[in-house]
Ligand binder design. Structure first.
Ligand code: MG
Length: 499
């Protein structure tokens, strides 16, 4: 297996460069002084160039080809065969697109981003419109490099959710949407829950300490990770034994730090659970963005917003904040953290309405990319879909179609993975509860080892060996389905809102 070994050495160096890039990216978000930004951007650019050059070099192509010959006849599920398959996939993705394209996209995005910022500030969609049109053209061009495709959106989706087809996502969302819209409508007809207790002054250090207590119980290993503060929470890996998270603390709302800490911890536990044999290979990665999000959402929502969880942790939280929560019952607190309220802004949306924001974006992206929708007509379509799905209409474009930064960055194709992650988290949960029938009781006692052990064995261990939908099939025996999620939200919110 001399050729495979040579390829692995080349891949290990590429992975090292990617980790180094992640380290300086993490520093940029956490501790870098503001004026370091320009040079840091150049350093990140240099590393990205080096990585691209290495993977697209004739030498690498030759190594890959020789290693492919060597693994022929091996078990297609073996780590070696899968490593070659994933490497081929990523190689093709890079080699098919000319370097000039990426140059043009990054230059266009830079001006589109400034235009978007100005357009949003001034509530003037027209200012962003020509730049967005240019970005849509470029993304269509990207899809063209991957002809033949079944759907022009497929190559864009495939970047984030390998193997998943537009048609499949549409079928899943078509089943989900009417049921979720109906549930939100029913909830809206009921008396609203009171979450005012969450919106009080909460000492920042005490919030931080409580979050640390929770994720330590989850099993986050502080010898292999750390937490820092950033404006937007994220998780980043510098290797199998250095997976870091960040959080954001708001002094007047306890929900922000609490749930973002659990969410990022879920991402980190995934990366900390990869099989050590996958180290310094492309398989030391999540299976897909949807699978990654299924891990963060599982800890944040299925665990962290559940009643058994708070039966254990609420007395602790009350002891930390006696003035704020001493007289607030567990039931009131639990309902407060699960309040459902259709709102305009995606990133502030609750667990039950979030998917609708995503479905709206996916439908719009597909319509734009396939040419069915002209950019000029975008604000009207956005507003009518908001009314149809959530029953609210943005008073202006800044709070509507201009709210997300993503399109200005040229990122089109990954919104769907957020909603798929929610659905998959409920599929895992159903499977876990079959395998661990007394899970609720364990959570009620603050015990998470068996849950984490299950996730490690069935999901984390494999890293990127399997594609997302393939992993779901292997573990649950079914494809990606909205059914367990629909059942979960119906039951949970039915109880909270007395439906
Ligand atoms: Mg996430």
């Amino acid at each position: 297996m001399a050729n495979l070994e040579s390829l692995k050495s080349a891949l290990a160096e590429i992975k090292d460069l990617q980790y180094i890039s992640a380290i300086i990216g993490w520093d940029q978000e956490t501790y870098m002084p503001p004026l370091g930004a320009k040079e840091r951007g150049e350093q990140l650019g240099t590393l990205a160039g080096l990585i691209h050059e290495r993977i697209t070099s004739p030498k690498f192509a030759q190594l890959l080809e020789q290693a492919e010959k060597e693994v022929q006849g091996m078990d297609p599920d073996s780590t070696e065969a899968r490593l070659i398959k994933v490497t081929r996939r990523e190689f093709e993705r890079l080699i098919k697109v000319p370097a000039r394209y990426y140059q043009e996209l990054s230059e266009t995005s830079a001006v589109a981003y400034s235009a978007w910022k100005e357009a949003r500030q001034q509530d003037n969609f027209k200012k962003f419109q020509p730049f967005l049109a240019k970005i849509i053209d470029l993304r269509r061009e990207y899809a063209d490099y991957f002809r033949p495709y079944e759907h022009i959106y497929d190559p864009l989706l495939d970047e984030f959710e390998p193997g998943m087809k537009t048609k499949e996502v549409q079928a899943i969302f078509d089943e989900l949407r009417p049921q979720q819209v109906e549930l939100i409508r029913q909830i809206g007809a009921r008396p609203q829950v009171d979450d005012s207790a969450l919106h009080q002054y909460y000492d920042e250090q005490k919030q931080w300490d409580f979050g640390v207590e929770v994720i330590t119980k989850f099993g986050y290993d502080w010898q292999r990770g750390r937490q820092d503060k950033t404006a937007h929470p994220f998780t980043t890996s510098f290797g199998l034994n250095d997976v870091r998270i960040t959080t954001r603390i708001l002094p007047d709302y306890i929900g922000s730090a609490l749930f973002s800490t659990m969410h990022e911890c879920g991402h980190a536990l995934y990366e900390l659970g990869f099989d050590p044999a996958l180290a310094r290979t492309p398989l030391a990665d999540g299976a897909s963005l949807a699978i990654h999000e299924s891990q963060s959402r599982l800890w944040e929502n299925l665990v962290g917003r559940s009643l058994p969880f708070w039966e254990y942790f609420y007395p602790h939280l009350q002891a930390v904040f006696p003035a704020q929560l001493g007289n607030v019952s567990l039931e009131t607190f639990y309902k407060g953290i699960n309040k459902v309220e259709p709102s305009l802004i995606r990133i502030e949306a609750d667990e039950a309405t979030y998917n609708l924001h995503i479905m709206l974006r996916l439908e719009i992206e597909i319509a734009l990319i396939s040419g069915e929708l002209d950019v000029r007509d975008l604000p009207d379509l956005w507003n009518s879909k908001m009314e149809e799905y959530l029953g609210v209409v943005p008073p202006n474009n800044s709070m509507g179609v201009l709210q997300d930064v993503h399109w200005s960055h040229g990122s089109i194709g990954y919104f769907a993975t957020y909603a798929l992650g929610n659905l998959i988290s409920a599929q895992w949960w159903e499977a876990i509860n079959k395998d661990i029938p007394n899970l609720d009781n364990q959570i009620r006692k603050g015990e998470f080892q068996e849950l984490l052990g299950w996730l490690r064995e069935k999901i984390h261990h494999h890293g990127a060996k399997y594609e997302g939908k393939e992993l779901v099939q292997r573990v649950t025996g079914s494809g990606i389905s909205p059914k367990p999620y629909i059942q979960y939200i119906r039951q949970k919110y039915g109880q909270i809102y007395g439906l």
